[in-house]
Each structure stands twice: as C-alpha cells, then as structure tokens.
Design a binder for this molecule. Structure first.
Ligand SMILES: Nc1ncnc2c1ncn2[C@@H]1O[C@H](COP(=O)(O)OP(=O)(O)OP(=O)(O)O)[C@@H](O)[C@H]1O
Length: 676
C-alpha cells in the first residue's frame, strides 16, 4: 500500500491485501467487529458473565500446570474478590508478567470454570504508576493471521489522521437526512465514546452507521445510474453471425441444448444484434450449463468478425475454462489465447500480441485481464464469470475501457430477487432454470466428524467402483495459513488411510502450473481423491466425481456449501455430499445444515440463508460471497435504499462534483479489479 502520506512494509501490505485493504481509504472503512471497554475498571465481584470487562488487581498466585494440558493459571484479586486468568498457549514473557505481587489489568469475559470464576486468554498488561484509562472504547478489527490488532490500530489511526475525510455530500442533503458528517461518523465508529451503548453499535443503529450505509448505497445507485446512461447512449457493434461456427460446435457436443439454454441464448442473440451495448446477467444454478452458452455467444461474435474475451475470478477457474474452450474451439479452426499473471513473460507477450493483432479470436484470463492496458484488435464481447464478485465499481471501470464491447456476466450464485432488483438494476437478467437431463439428484448426508473413519471407507468404496471424490478442508478461524496446514495434514492422513488410492492435493498457494497439473490428473482419473481447500469452490467440472466430503461444514456459508456440493452430481451416477460437522451444534448451525439437507435448489438456499442470517450479520454477509455491500443490509436497509435512489437522481442533476468525489471515495480500492 502506498500513498503520498502512508507507507507500509511489503509484508504487511500483503496481509492487508488479504483483508481487501489496498488503499488508505480502505483502512478508514475497515470497521471494528466489536469493541472492548477499557475506559473503566469493573470490580471483580461485579463482573457479569459473558460480557467483556476490564478488571484490575494484584497477582496472588501464578502456576504452570502440566495436566490435563499445559497451561498458565494466575489468580488475580482486588478488594471485592478474585478470579483465575487461564492461558492455554503462553509465552515465557507472559509468565514473567504475572509474577506474584504484580498489579495487572485484564480484559476479557468472566465465566464459571471448574475451579471458580475464570477468564480464558484475557488481554493483560502491567499497571504503571501513571497509567491513565483511555477515553474511547478500544476497537477490535477483523484480521488475518500474522497481522495483530496493535498494527492494525496504528495503521488505521494513521489513515484516519492523514486521509482527506472531507464530506462528499452537500450540506443540504446531510441536514435533510439528519446524517452526521463523514469524518465524525468514521471517527465515532473506530473509537466510540464509552457512553455509546454497545448494543446500538452492534446493531448498527447509530447515526454514524446510518451515514456509512447511506454513503455506500448512494455510491451503488450513482454508479448504476451512470452505467445505465452510458448504455443508452453508447454504441456497440451489431453482432450477427451466420451460424456456421455454432452449428459446428453443436454437432461436436455429445448433448443437445436444454430448452432453457436455447431460450437464454435467444435473449443474448437479440442483445448482440442490437446497436446498444448488451449488459446481461446470465444466472444459472451450479451445473446448469452456462459455459456452453457462453461459448456459443462468443462464436456469434467471432462469426461477425469480432473477438471475445472471458474472465474468471481465480486462475484455477480461468484455466478450467480455457482448457474446455480450447478443446471445443480449436477443432473449428479458431485460436484461443490464455493469459494469466503467473505466466512466463514471453508467453504473456505472445498471448497479448495475438489479441492485439486479432489472431486470437477468443482470450481467456482472470479478471486482471481488464486491469492492465491490454489491446484487442476488435473486441466485440466480454464475458465475466462469477458476477457476484464483480461489483458495480468494476462494471463501471470495464465500460470506461474505451469502445463498448457487449458484456455478458455469468453467476452461479443465485441472487435473491430483492437484491437483484436493487443492485443489478442496470443489468438485464436471463435465467437457466433447468438442469441438463439425466442427472441423478445429489444425496446429502450430515455426519458427525467423530465418524470420519466411516466416511473414508465410503471414499474407498466409491473409488473401487471407478468413481472419484473430493475432500474439502474449509477456512477455519479466518486464517488461510491454518487452512493450508489442515489440507496438507489431511492429504497425508488420507494417503496413509487409503492405500491404493491416488490422492492429490490442491490449494491456493500452489504455483498455478502445479495446480493445473493436479487438476488435469484428476480430470483424467489418474488422481481419484482430490484433497482441496475452498479454491475448488467454483467452476471445477469433473463429471466422474460422485462424492464430495466437506469438513467443518457448520462453519461455512450456505452459498459456499452449495457451490461446493455442485462439483458433484454432474454425471449420470448417483452422487453424494457428506457434510461433516463438529458437535455440539448451535441451533443456528443446525438450522443451516438442515437447509442443505432439505434442498439442492440454489435459489431456495439463498432465500433461507438470508432469512436465517437476519440483518446486520457481518460475517454471514461475507460468507455468502456477496461482498458488494460491506455496511448496508439489502433487506433491512430497504428504506435507506429508497432515499439513496432518490438522492442519486438529484445529485446527478444538481451536484456533478459531489458525484465525482463520492464515487472516487467509495469505488476506489476495494472495488478495484480482483487479482487472482
Ligand atoms: N444440455 C446439456 N445436456 C447435457 N449436459 C450438459 C448440457 N449443458 C451442459 N452440460 C454439461 O454439464 C456440465 C456442467 O456444465 P457447466 O460447467 O457449463 O455448468 P455451469 O453452469 O458453468 O456450472 P458451474 O457454475 O457450476 O460451473 C458440463 O459437464 C457440461 O458439459
């Protein structure tokens, strides 16, 4: 991260980028998950259970226990009572800090333990003579492994001090809506005063929250309005083909198009033939056959003498598409180019030359394809896969690329109707609402992780029948490194447990050539069991795989589970998806897993997910894979959305400068093209 005023070491910048923090303004908008109240001291005897409090006292006892597991136990006492502080992992420095007689402050939640009240892993520090209590609450930010709270707090503090936080909304608008000033709002949310009720903060009811939600919704509405306008006034080539290439591909495919595929194709064809740019969202549940529709649309552009480009959010997915499209299109005498960030320079240059000269009729790459200065000789159609990760900001940037190629966005994540109407209003929507025939429904099983051994047996059985399986190790504790470790360990474990089965491993940190090699071996059935992190979530298509095992399913978002499950059930064989969970399950986790058990309809899952999560659930919203809104809640904030919609019209007409400033603030950084 670089700005004229804020510099960050490259290693830290990398970790920040994993949180989506790229620009200094992203730091300003990286809001706390919760707060710790260190502004006051609570008497130990008065500390309520399960509420974060700060206590202060003197160490009376300090011991390291070896049984039942190694731990540090410290008895802290004040005039009112005493409580045990317990650390299961600790450093020698912590043990030293807790010497008998030392005065300590500890922040954490008190709970009833076996040996009386205790605080597990509290935050502690020694009390000095002139230690003053802070005036504001202490923020706790979402983070990744290796990036601690104090570094984040320092960087965010610097960004708050150095960034231009002046208001982008005209004073009249703020007054009319009784919204606080932008700078005040962000300062309050990072460092709320102690009298600010935790409850109101958590529920996002404070005026400061309203302000951020409103700003975010307004930016969305403005961007959509501008896109819509560009589209009405923009000119695009009329793409009418003679059907020659299409017929050739269809003749080559081992299946006929479903009625739904034919219908959406007709909708796309009508758009392509019009002189205005197509902006169409193609929705279809996992495995509904969107790729072939995209290929046929590309062929129309090519028949008309233009080029097409297809972009996917990750390199793995882009490569899968590339391999499939190359196999389909090369026999038709066409050239398909592949470009990716990890390619050798000479290969990339060759691919770019082929795009610039027009020698490549179709180019496949990651979303970064449109990030750099890439020239196409005659780009007629841009296809963007996984639209839900491609926010309105990116759409705006794409159409600003000069020329007006037609755009087709594809999404396998069903977007509930209310959401689609509010956030994709600038797009037309086509839905593939039918699966190809001959698929046997996927049977879903919920199995306690204690019965993992039996599940391994089921894998061995599937392999013995000539089938293949996936074993997915999901994100645990918000840490990619841990996820990787789990996948690596599981790979070793399964190899040992299943002699005679070729077990492969694929994860996000592998070199893309290695990843591709494992995927290719899995496609050829040389690898029968693929252990994977969630990198395989989208787009992997191996019809012979009929068993999917997902560990820690209770911790995953339903949309993600649905995507993963969609990797099986793609062939004629009966497929199963085993969701392993760690007991005991909370009621919410039970309800969520039940949804997965009850239905395989992605739209129904999305609807129930939204209902179960309820408004304001930060993590849930992130897990659902819809990061287009960070603050506002599509359902609960409907009234605010209506106001933002009206104001978007007024601002565009009366305050073009404010529009520019507002979009620059809200659509930079986070809304940049995602790099794979
Ligand atoms: N009409 C059809 N009849 C039979 N099989 C089909 C048909 N259309 C597509 N398929 C096959 O179904 C599988 C899934 O298709 P595809 O990968 O295009 O799905 P998708 O909609 O892109 O799914 P996802 O979003 O999960 O990647 C592929 O193996 C594809 O060849």
């Amino acid at each position: 991260m670089k700005s004229s005023r804020l510099t960050v070491a490259p290693a830290t910048a990398q970790k920040l980028a994993r949180l989506g923090l790229v620009e200094p303004m992203d730091l300003v908008l990286h809001l706390p998950l919760r707060y710790e109240d260190e502004t006051r001291i609570t008497a130990i005897a008065d500390a309520p259970y399960q509420h974060s409090v700060q206590i202060e006292g003197e160490v009376r006892q300090c011991e390291v226990r070896r049984q039942p597991r190694k731990q540090l136990r410290v008895l802290l006492a004040d005039a009112s009572g005493a409580v045990w502080l317990r650390f299961l992992h600790f450093y020698p420095s912590q043990e030293k800090l807790c010497a008998v007689g030392q005065r300590l402050r500890a922040v954490g939640e008190v709970r009833r333990g076996f040996q009386g009240d205790e605080m597990v892993h509290p935050k502690i520090h020694a009390v000095g003579d002139n230690d003053v209590l802070p005036e504001a609450m202490t923020p706790v930010y979402p983070t990744v492994q290796g990036l601690n709270q104090s570094t984040l707090r320092r960087l965010i503090g610097q960004a708050l001090a150095l960034e231009d936080l002046s208001d982008t909304l005209p004073a009249a608008l703020r007054a009319e809506l009784a919204l606080p000033d932008f700078a005040d709002a962000v300062h309050t949310l990072h460092h709320p005063p102690p009298d600010c009720a935790q409850q109101a903060l958590a529920l996002r009811r404070l005026p400061a929250w309203q302000r951020l939600k409103f700003d975010e919704l307004l930016a969305q509405q403005l961007a959509m309005r501008i896109l819509y306008r560009q589209r009405r006034h923009g000119g695009s080539p009329r793409l009418c083909g003679d059907g020659r290439l299409r017929q050739a591909l269809l003749a080559q495919l081992p299946f006929a198009l479903t009625a739904a595929q034919q219908r959406v194709l007709a909708e796309i064809d009508a758009d392509l033939a019009s002189p205005h740019p197509m902006r169409r969202l193609l929705q279809g549940d996992v495995g509904s056959g969107k790729t072939v529709v995209a290929a046929l649309a590309a062929l129309t552009a090519i028949e008309a003498g233009y080029q097409a480009a297809l972009m996917a959010p990750t390199e793995l997915l882009a490569e899968q598409h590339y391999l499939k499209l190359r196999d389909w299109l090369t026999p038709l005498g066409l050239t398909v180019a592949w470009t990716s960030g990890s390619q050798k320079k000479s290969e990339r240059q060759a691919a770019r030359a082929a795009m610039a000269s027009g020698a490549a009729q179709l180019t496949v790459g990651t979303h970064a394809l449109f990030q750099d200065d890439i020239d196409f000789a005659r780009l007629g159609l841009a296809i963007v896969d996984e639209q839900h990760r491609f926010g309105v900001g990116q759409r705006l940037a794409l159409s600003g690329k000069g020329g007006e190629p037609h755009q087709l966005m594809m999404s396998a994540t069903p977007i509930p109707r209310t959401l689609a109407m509010s956030y994709y209003a600038d797009l037309d929507v086509s839905v593939i609402d039918e699966l190809p025939p001959g698929r046997t429904p996927i049977v879903t099983k919920l199995i306690n992780a204690a019965r993992r051994g039996e599940v391994m047996g089921a894998v061995a059985h599937a392999v013995a029948q000539g089938r293949q399986a996936y074993w997915v190790c999901p994100l645990i504790e918000e840490s990619e490194t841990l996820q990787l470790q789990t996948a690596v360990d599981t790979h070793v474990e399964l190899q040992a447990a299943l002699p005679g089965v070729a077990v492969g491993l694929v994860h996000g940190r592998m070199k893309s050539a290695d990843k591709a090699a494992v995927m290719a071996a899995f496609s050829r059935n040389e690898v029968q069991l693929l252990v994977a992190t969630t990198v395989i979530e989208v787009g992997v298509d191996v019809p012979n795989a009929s068993l999917m095992v997902i560990e820690h399913a209770e911790r995953m978002g339903l949309a993600q589970l649905h995507q993963l499950r969609g990797r099986v059930g793609r062939g004629a064989a009966e497929s199963r998806c085993v969701l392993l969970f760690e007991a005991p399950l909370s009621d919410l986790a039970k309800a969520r897993l039940k949804v997965m058990y009850d239905t395989t309809d992605g739209f129904e899952i999305a609807r129930q997910d939204l209902q179960l999560r309820g408004p304001g659930e930060f993590l849930g919203a992130r897990q659902s894979g819809a990061p287009m809104l960070r603050f506002a809640d599509p359902e609960a904030d409907q009234p605010l959305l209506d106001v933002a919609r009206n104001w978007a019209t007024r601002l565009l007409a009366e305050h073009p400068d404010a529009v520019d400033a507002h979009l620059r603030r809200w659509l930079s950084g986070k809304e940049q093209f995602l790099r794979a």
